[in-house]
Ligand binder design. Sequence first.
Ligand code: FAD
Ligand code: SF4
Length: 474
Amino acid sequence: MTAPTDSKPLTAKQRMAIERVRMPEQDATQRAGNFEEVNLGLAEAAAVREAQRCLQCKNRKCVEGCPVEVDIPEFIAKVAESDFAAAFEVLKRTNALPAMCGRVCPQETQCEQMCVRAAKGEPVAVGYLERFVADWAMQHGLADKTDLAAPSGFKVAVVGSGPGGLTAAGELARMGHEVTVFEALHDAGGVLRYGIPQFRLPKEILDYEVGQLKALGVRIECNVIVGKTITVEEIRRDFDACFVANGAGLPVFLKVPGENLNGVYSANEFLTRVNLMGAYKGGPGRTPIIRARRAVVIGGGNTAMDGVRTAKRLGAERAMIYYRRTETEMPARVEEIKHAKEEGVEFHLLEAPVAILGEEGWVRGIRMQKMRLGEPDASGRRRPVPIEGSEHDVECDVVVVAVGVRANPLLTSTCPELKLNKWGYIEADEDGQTSLPGVFAGGDIVRGGATVILAMGDGKRAARAIDRYLREKK
Ligand code: FAD
Ligand code: SF4
């Protein structure tokens, strides 16, 4: 049913009768051969209709599910009134990167899972609406109108320009502090730039949101590796406080024979070559990438889905996921799994690699072993148990390993006073305070590989704590 069009406010019954909008998508066969964005975004009328589904609850469960506390009912109410500029203002009050969150946040396990409408059907499409508003603002050249506090005279350094670092930087700049972000790579954005592909998050969107932060006065210095180019000690000398958000970018490998063959990539390397270095565009001087005929990707998370869908777009006739548990245990977003299947990706479940097979130094196949699910392990997921005698070989010319990440010790090894946990992640309290006074940390370097919005939530809480720390210092 479509929404009534008269100007009287809708009754709850009328709102309940509106069906959830569907996101228009690029055709699956067509998109499997290009790097253009898959989701096409809502048209204005569809966004307004979807916003009218919101019940404007007094008990705002959806907000409880948002780590950056976006005032979801308020921004949706503005969309329902077709006042998109006001909706953008509401969003920007709490979220520095709404176009990004609208695209990559797992809303289905956060705000939308908490939405009261989810109990009896489909939740309000909060993510689609967030993306709509942010894109509308971008298309209409709207600037962030949040007021900047008067200059405080304090200087704050941020290490890493991923979602955690960028959020903290934006918040701190608004509080009147002079912020410098140090980024090891040659461009800002962290995983949003080098990990998540163009077909999920176009780089122009990222450039726009980074540009908005620069307009607030945030300085971003690229090609600076903290722990090598400069040290944490030097930062502590030259700045009044520091927020470390250098992510968890060290790949985990399979530790099976054959892992050093040509054609084996960590997902990080594979995706960085394509996304950051533009390998998919080809042409002289571009970073090379092997365009596999048969690509095997090991893993079941978002990184594995991004890897396999990228391999497909690079021309693989067979792009295959191998995962040692079942689809129920896959950590990837439901939407990414659905999109991958529609694009022709093969899913091979309950199988794990035992060796990578080669010929003259190059990958020629992979030996897989079948698994069954046993008792739950420490993560609560049922442990995969190998089935004796079930080994079999699969032909392939590229293997992408996407089985997790760890903390990169480059920064922490040069700062022994920074207390780490047993996995090498920085120990920090709820506000991000580390063992070093004035040094705060958040995002994946504290949590281990997590999500964009959790890193942003950490950045936000740490910015408030840094502000308190600086004012107390004064
Ligand atoms: P990062 O985004 O990792 O950024 C850290 C930055 O610090 C990087 O730019 C790095 O170059 C820089 N850095 C590292 N060391 C140094 C140093 N010594 N000096 C200076 N700079 C340094 N999450 C979702 O919510 N939705 C998704 O769809 C999703 N998809 C993903 C897909 C992939 C391929 C990957 C890898 C992750 C995905 N995630 C997703 C997880 C999410 O991207 C991360 O949890 C999030 O980016 C963590 O943010 P962060 O700010 O802590 O660190
Ligand atoms: Fe709207 Fe759902 Fe939030 Fe209620 S819980 S205010 S219906 S988005």
